[in-house]
Unconditional design. Structure first.
Length: 482
């Protein structure tokens, strides 16, 4: 027998039967298995990172809402409720903007928005003055009143989701939109009436409202991308997402502390026709507070005007703006500037709450008018962003200054009623500004002319505010200390 060389290589041996003997080496590991194992490790690592980040974010948000005694007083629950409210409002705004605004030509969008404003805002202009007196009569049901404003919006969002995809919106669309608008504005009033009852002992009204504003801004910033992602599937999905948020907010409203419903030691206040009894008790409003209301009404009017007028103007930016890129990016810059300004104003107002609020509230109105007039003359894309930033800062500072004056000058037994009435007035100012904005745009005016017209109106309003502020107080302020 022939002797073989070692090591033996069966592959070179013609007498070796590979089929009979089978494979001589174990099969290599499957590439698919290795890929699956690697993907599993990556997914587990990603899940751990996301979970850790979510836990950290949740813990940070909870520390923010519960700090300073807010957890013990129940104020943290109001902050959590407000977060769901603003998140839901952001979802509704994104859905309706995509339906009424971005998906149709400018001429058709103008008509649809004009009809939307006429059907929704005009009835609200009639309903708004009645919200404050209604709450004064039913003070013991504040939790249910707040919860009702959220529950109504949850139902209206579900109705809108079924009607928003129709080529011609049915009457139910506008009725549901009216319900959303009125409920949203009513929420602002009902929440305002609950804030003084839940403030921790170490909080002023200014600090409390600053924290509410920051919470709302953060919640809207988180919710907007989620709503935008849902809107990619269809505007009805963004509305269903909003309905879910409002439903959760309804439950949180009902779970607010029972002291929200307490009206012990409170009396109503009438901003228009004070009775002889309220005057004798010293429950009238000081001139500083009235001027603060007037200044804030001007700030809100400008905010409502720019929201509508600039939104249509920036759909097709005029050549004078010098913007050659996507119009949606420019609109995002202006809106982002306004949001950043609101946050900056909140931080400044909270830090400088001890300064003279009656001077600040007039200064911000002067600043708003001056920047508006300048932008009306030099209308470019970067001046539009500056205008949005300025309006955001001034509106936030003006509202915080008004809160400081109410805290300082209005006695505690009428402070809740005064807070709710003032919020109603400011919401109405925004509505009127929005109606002026759509009215001027439908006249096919240039952006410069529209801005100068609203600037002239605000200059006249500013002259009234300044002239009234220079008059001496008819009643001594000491009577508020009784």
């Amino acid at each position: 027998m022939e002797e073989r060389d070692w090591p033996y290589d069966h592959a070179t041996d013609p007498g070796f039967d590979s089929e009979r003997s089978g494979p001589s080496t174990p099969p290599p590991a499957s590439n698919l298995r290795r890929t699956a194992q690697a993907a599993g490790r990556v997914s587990r690592g990603t899940a751990r990172a996301v979970a850790k980040g979510g836990t950290t974010a949740f813990s940070g948000a909870r520390r923010f809402t519960h700090s300073g005694g807010a957890g013990e007083s129940g104020f943290s629950r109001l902050l959590e409720l407000h977060a769901f409210n603003t998140a839901g409002d952001a979802a509704v705004a994104i859905s309706l903007a995509g339906t009424l605004f971005f998906t149709v030509p400018t001429g058709e969008a103008t008509g649809q928005v004009a009809l939307f404003l006429a059907v929704t805002m005009l009835p609200f202009a009639i309903v708004a003055p009645l919200i404050g007196p209604f709450l004064d009569r039913f003070r013991r049901g504040r939790r249910w009143a707040i919860g009702s404003t959220l529950a109504i919006r949850a139902f209206c969002c579900w109705v809108l989701a079924g009607a928003v995809t129709d080529a011609t919106p049915p009457p139910a669309f506008y009725l549901a939109a009216l319900g959303c608008l009125v409920s949203s504005k009513a929420y602002g009033v009902t929440r305002a009436s609950a804030v003084p009852r839940l403030l921790p002992e170490t909080f002023t009204l200014v600090k409390g409202n600053s924290r509410i504003s920051l919470t709302g801004t953060g919640a809207a910033a988180i919710s907007a991308p989620l709503a935008g992602g849902a809107a990619l599937l269809g505007p009805d999905w963004a509305l269903r997402y909003g309905a879910l948020l409002f439903a959760v907010g309804t439950v949180l409203a009902i779970l607010l502390p029972a002291k929200v419903d307490s009206s012990e030691g409170e009396e109503p206040v009438d901003l228009v026709n004070p009775s002889a009894t309220t005057v004798r008790k010293g429950l009238t409003i000081t001139r500083a507070v009235v001027n603060g209301l007037r200044s804030n009404a001007g700030l809100r009017l400008l905010s409502g005007f720019l929201t509508i007028f600039m939104a249509f103007t920036l759909r097709e930016p005029p050549a004078s703006m010098g913007w050659d890129y996507n119009a949606t990016i420019l609109l995002g810059l202006v809106i982002g500037g306004a949001g950043a300004g609101n946050t900056i104003g909140t931080l400044i107002g909270s830090a400088a709450s001890t300064r003279r609020p009656e001077q600040v509230v007039i200064f911000v109105l002067v600043l708003d008018v001056a920047v508006l007039a300048t932008v009306g003359v030099f209308f470019t894309w970067w001046t539009a962003v500056i205008l949005g930033l300025t309006v955001g800062i001034c509106q936030s500072l003006g509202k915080l200054s008004l809160d400081a004056m109410i805290q300082r000058d209005v006695p505690e037994r009428v402070r809740t009623s005064m807070f709710a009435r003032s919020e109603t007035l400011l919401q109405l100012g925004w509505v009127i500004g929005g109606l002026i904005g759509i009215g001027l745009f439908t006249l096919d005016l240039t952006p410069q002319v529209g801005l100068l017209i609203i600037g002239a109106l605000l200059i006249a309003w500013l002259a009234l505010v300044v002239s009234q502020a220079r008059k001496p107080e008819r009643e001594p302020a000491a009577r508020w200390t009784e």
